[in-house]
Design a protein around this ligand. Structure first.
Ligand code: CA
Length: 375
């Protein structure tokens, strides 16, 4: 389906909901209505601002936030208009959540691990090293306890939460040397966020946290030896191949990174239930559409990186992955031992992962090698 058709479809469906809401709520006889248009405030029109951690219009991530704003605006027939801003247009990327929580703006779009300094548990909501795939984690959010737990974490930060996009399995990152053993992480200056960053730190790396827009110059200047960002589609857009030669797979640290839409709690609670449904539905749509975009575009970008820019692809050796896996367990156990909410989220996540992994090994896990053999 073309995006335009999709938007039209959603708009039609949600406008129907809004009309129903109007009928149910309106007690006034039609003849008493003024012929003059009511002032915007009386009609309950709202104009919200959405800040993002992404460079403006950045492929997949920034455009995902744009689509969210568009779907809410059109889906509400303009009763709730959302204007989207890139990083630094209103506030710097990593101040987005503060700006939403304190009511400077009403909405934000980023990734939960950016807020780990406020709530350590947020890291487990973004992506867990050797954690669930996109399909599995969406099942956790939609059919397990994921949404409920995330709401609990975000309520502590003054926000309502929705999953709002997913990158799928990311790439392992860009390195200026080959990574042959765990020792190669020692002293490595690497940009890597969230729990993955904690694991690299435990391996002896020097982890530097930067918003996306600041990565390319840092890698070019040598302030970073290595970085991860997202995957071929986004990494090509940033030109990371210009500054690092080796591109590693897989993204063990981010097997399915959940993007977040965080909404000022009072602003969220001020919405009538039909507009809340519009926001929820728009996020569910964006969550899937962003993931599909990465699936659709990553391989073409990877071909360009290899064939046009001569990027060297590498897989992490088994020994490195095993070592990182052991460190991941230690790091996560350490975090949850200090924070009961992190423990609550991780315990539920790990339990869901065990079930999901068992089924995945019988389904996708069995099917993918079978397809390779058959084709
Ligand atoms: Ca990443």
């Amino acid at each position: 389906m073309k995006r335009r058709d999709f938007v039209a479809g959603v708009t039609g469906a949600v406008v129907g909901g809004a009309a129903t809401y109007g009928v149910l709520k309106s007690k006034k006889p039609a003849e008493k209505k003024s012929a003059m248009p009511a002032p915007a405030v009386n009609k309950g029109l709202k104009e919200w601002r959405l800040v993002t951690t992404w460079p403006k219009n950045f492929p997949g991530l920034g455009t995902g936030a744009n689509l969210l704003g568009e779907l809410i605006t059109k889906g509400s027939d303009g009763r709730l208009t959302v204007k989207v801003f890139g990083a630094k247009e209103v506030v710097p990327a990593f101040e987005s959540l503060d700006a939403v929580a304190n009511g400077t703006v009403q909405m934000g779009h980023g990734a939960p691990y950016y807020w780990k300094g406020k709530q350590a548990a947020a890291q487990f909501l973004a992506s867990v090293p050797f954690g669930m795939t996109a399909q599995e984690v969406n099942a956790w959010y939609q059919w397990g306890n994921g949404q409920k737990l995330a709401d609990e974490v975000y309520a502590k930060m003054g926000c309502k939460f929705f999953p709002s996009g997913n990158t799928g399995v990311q790439a392992g990152g860009w390195f200026n040397k080959e990574m042959n053993s765990l020792d190669d992480y020692k002293g490595l200056k690497m940009r890597i966020p969230g729990l993955g960053g904690e694991v690299v730190k435990a391996a002896g790396g020097n982890v530097i946290n930067l918003p996306g827009g600041e990565i390319p110059p840092a890698l070019q200047s040598g302030a970073l030896d290595a970085t991860e960002w997202v995957g071929p589609y986004n990494d090509l857009a940033f030109g990371l191949y210009k500054s690092a030669k080796y591109y590693y797979f897989p993204g063990w640290h981010e097997p399915a990174t959940v993007l977040d839409n965080f909404i000022n709690m009072k602003a969220w609670e001020s919405l009538p239930s039909d507009l809340q449904a519009v926001v929820q539905t728009a996020n569910a749509a964006v969550n899937q559409i962003v993931l599909s975009e990465f699936v659709a575009r990553n391989n073409a970008a990877l071909s360009t990186l290899v064939n046009k820019h001569n990027v060297q692809l590498r897989g992490f050796p088994d020994e490195v992955l095993k070592g990182l896996g052991g460190l991941a367990k230690q790091v996560m156990n350490d975090i949850v031992s200090k924070d009961p909410l992190s423990r609550k989220v991780m315990d539920d996540y790990v339990k869901f992962r065990a079930d999901a992994a068992e089924w995945s090994s019988r389904s996708e896990g069995a099917y993918l090698p079978a397809r390779q053999k058959a084709l």
